[in-house]
Design a protein around this ligand. Structure first.
Ligand SMILES: [Zn+2]
Length: 209
C-alpha cells in the first residue's frame, strides 16, 4: 500500500509569534522532520500552504464591525473571522524552514514531493488540502495522489481542529486509509481536541498517539 505524508500549513503565521499562532505549534516540528527522514516510508511528501490574497473574505478586517474569532458568514457559509494571516508573498505565509529545507533536499535525492496552495479564492475559505469549504474548487491533491497510486495518508500539521480535521475528513471520504498522527498536530483551541478526535474516529479516521 503506497502512502503519502500530508504536512498541513506549518507556516510562520500559525506558529508562536505569528498572527494566528497555535499555542505550542512549534513543538510538533521535530516529530514531523523525523517522519520526513524515514527512508521509503512515504511514496510522496506533500506540504500545504494557506495562501490568501490581501483582504481575503475570511479575515475579520474585511468585515467592518467584526473582530477576530467572531462567527459570521461568508458567501452563505458559516465562517470564523480570522486575524489577517498567510498573505501571499509575506513572511507569515512561508512554510517553516525546518520543513521547507528537508523538503527541498529530499526532492534533490529523488523523493517525490509536492506543495499544495489553498485559500486563494477571495470569497471562500479553504481548510482542507483537497477542496475549499464550499467544495466548489479542488486543489489537485486528489488527482496527484491517484497518479502515484497512493491509497493511504498520514496527516500532521496545524491546526488539528481546523485544517487537519477537514483534510482528514475529505481524505477518508475520498476512500483513502487515513491516519492523523496526534504527536504531529495541535489545536487552535485545545479544548476542541477531544471533540475533534471523536468526530474523526466516527468518520473512520484513525487518530494515532
Ligand atoms: Zn487561512
Amino acid at each position: 500500500m503506497k502512502k503519502a505524508l500530508l504536512i498541513v500549513d506549518i507556516q510562520h503565521d500559525f506558529l508562536p509569534g505569528g498572527s494566528l499562532a497555535v499555542e505550542s505549534g512549534d513543538v510538533i516540528i521535530p516529530f514531523v522532520t523525523e517522519l520526513m527522514k524515514q527512508e521509503g516510508r512515504y511514496e510522496l511528501i506533500v506540504a500545504t500552504q494557506d495562501w490568501h490574497s490581501p483582504g481575503h473574505g475570511s479575515f475579520a478586517s474585511a468585515h467592518p464591525g467584526s473582530k477576530p474569532f467572531d462567527l459570521g458568514e461568508l458567501n452563505g457559509l458559516e465562517q470564523v473571522f480570522w486575524p489577517d494571516h498567510c498573505v501571499q508573498g509575506e513572511k507569515g505565509a512561508r512554510i517553516h524552514p525546518d520543513i521547507m529545507e528537508p523538503l527541498i533536499s529530499k526532492t534533490e535525492t529523488g523523493q517525490r514531493t509536492l506543495i499544495i496552495k489553498k485559500g486563494q479564492h477571495m470569497e471562500v475559505d479553504s481548510y482542507s488540502a483537497f477542496f475549499d469549504n464550499a467544495r466548489r474548487n479542488d486543489t489537485g491533491l486528489h488527482r496527484a495522489l491517484q497518479s502515484y497510486e497512493i491509497s493511504a495518508v498520514d496527516i500532521v500539521g496545524l491546526a488539528f481542529d481546523y485544517c487537519v480535521k477537514f483534510t482528514a475528513l475529505d481524505a477518508v471520504s475520498l476512500g483513502y486509509s487515513t491516519s492523523v498522527l496526534l504527536q504531529g498536530t495541535r489545536s487552535v483551541d485545545p479544548t476542541n481536541a477531544e471533540k475533534t478526535k471523536a468526530e474523526l474516529e466516527a468518520a473512520g479516521v484513525r487518530c494515532l498517539d
